[in-house]
Design a protein. Structure first.
Length: 262
C-alpha cells in the first residue's frame, strides 16, 4: 500500500511510473480540458478510469479521500453556493433559502469536475519524480526565448521538494501550539502569529542549509540532462488518453446520456 501524501512521489514500477514525464504532462492537460467540457456521463467514465489507475499504484479510494478531506469540504461549499444561487425550479426551501434543481445539478457537476482534476494531479505527482519534473520543465521551456530554462527548472524542482516539508512543519507546529493550549487564545491575530512565525523560521533555516549543501557540493545548473524515452508504452498511453478524452466528450454530448443524467 502506497503512503500517499499530497504532492509527494511514491516509488513504484507500474506503467504510470515508467511513462515519459512529457507524455504524462500532456495527458494531464488533455484530461483536465476534457473534464471542463464534459457532463455527468463523461465525468463518470473518467472517474472509473482514474479509480482503476489509483488501485494499480497501490492507493485505495478511502486513503485518497482522507488526503483530500479539506479539498472535499471546499467542494461542498462550492456545491452549496451553486445550489442556492442559480435560479430554476425550486426543490426545497428553508427560511427563505431556496435550492433549485438546476443549481443542484450544476453544483454537483462543478464539484465532480474539480475533484477529478485534483485526482488526476495527485496521480501525476505520486508517479513522477521531482528530478523528472525538472527535466520536463527544462525541455518545455527551452524553445521559449529570453527564458533561462535551467534556472526556472531548478526553482520548480526545489519548490516541489520544499512544499511537503512546509506542510509537514506546519502540521507539527500546529500540534505543538495546541499542546500548549495556544488554540484557546481568543485573539485570532495571536493564534496566527504563534503558528506562522515558527513555520517561516524553520522554512528559511532549511533553505539556508540547502544552499550551503549545494555550494559545498559545487552544484551547477550545467548538468547532464535526462534522456527521454519515446515510442512503445508512451505512444500507447497517448492513444489511450486521447480515446478517453474523446469518449468523455462524446458521452457528455450524447442525447441519450443527457436524458439519463439530466
Amino acid at each position: 500500500m502506497a503512503n500517499l501524501t499530497l504532492f509527494t512521489f511514491c516509488a513504484g514500477t507500474t506503467t504510470l511510473h515508467r511513462l515519459d514525464v512529457r507524455h504524462k504532462t500532456a495527458l494531464v492537460c488533455m484530461v483536465s480540458l476534457a473534464l471542463f467540457t464534459s457532463g455527468f456521463a463523461g465525468c463518470l467514465a473518467c472517474f472509473l478510469v482514474l479509480s482503476l489507475l489509483t488501485r494499480t499504484i497501490g492507493i485505495s479510494l478511502p486513503q485518497l479521500l482522507g488526503q483530500l478531506k479539506w479539498f472535499i469540504l471546499l467542494l461542498g461549499i462550492m456545491f452549496a453556493a451553486r445550489a442556492l444561487t442559480i435560479p430554476g425550479d425550486p426543490v426545497f426551501s428553508f427560511s427563505g433559502i431556496v435550492a433549485t434543481k438546476e443549481g443542484l445539478a450544476q453544483g454537483a457537476l462543478v464539484a465532480m469536475r474539480f475533484f477529478l482534476v485534483m485526482m488526476t494531479g495527485l496521480l501525476f505527482s505520486a508517479t513522477t519524480r521531482p528530478a523528472d519534473l525538472k527535466s520536463a520543465a527544462q525541455w518545455f521551456l527551452k524553445p521559449v526565448p529570453f527564458v533561462p530554462e535551467k534556472q526556472v527548472a531548478i526553482m520548480i524542482s526545489l519548490f516541489l521538494r520544499f512544499l511537503p516539508l512546509i506542510l509537514s512543519q506546519a502540521g507539527q507546529t500546529a500540534d505543538a501550539v495546541n499542546a500548549r493550549c495556544g488554540n484557546l487564545h481568543k485573539n485570532p491575530i495571536r493564534r496566527i502569529r504563534c503558528q506562522t512565525l515558527p513555520v517561516l523560521k524553520k522554512t528559511f533555516m532549511a533553505a539556508d542549509r540547502l544552499c550551503l549543501a549545494m555550494d559545498a557540493r559545487c552544484y551547477s545548473e550545467d548538468r547532464t540532462d535526462l534522456e527521454f524515452e519515446t515510442g512503445g508504452r508512451n505512444t500507447l498511453s497517448m492513444a489511450a488518453g486521447t480515446g478517453l478524452c474523446l469518449l468523455m466528450v462524446g458521452l457528455s454530448h450524447s442525447s441519450f446520456f443527457k436524458m439519463i443524467f439530466w
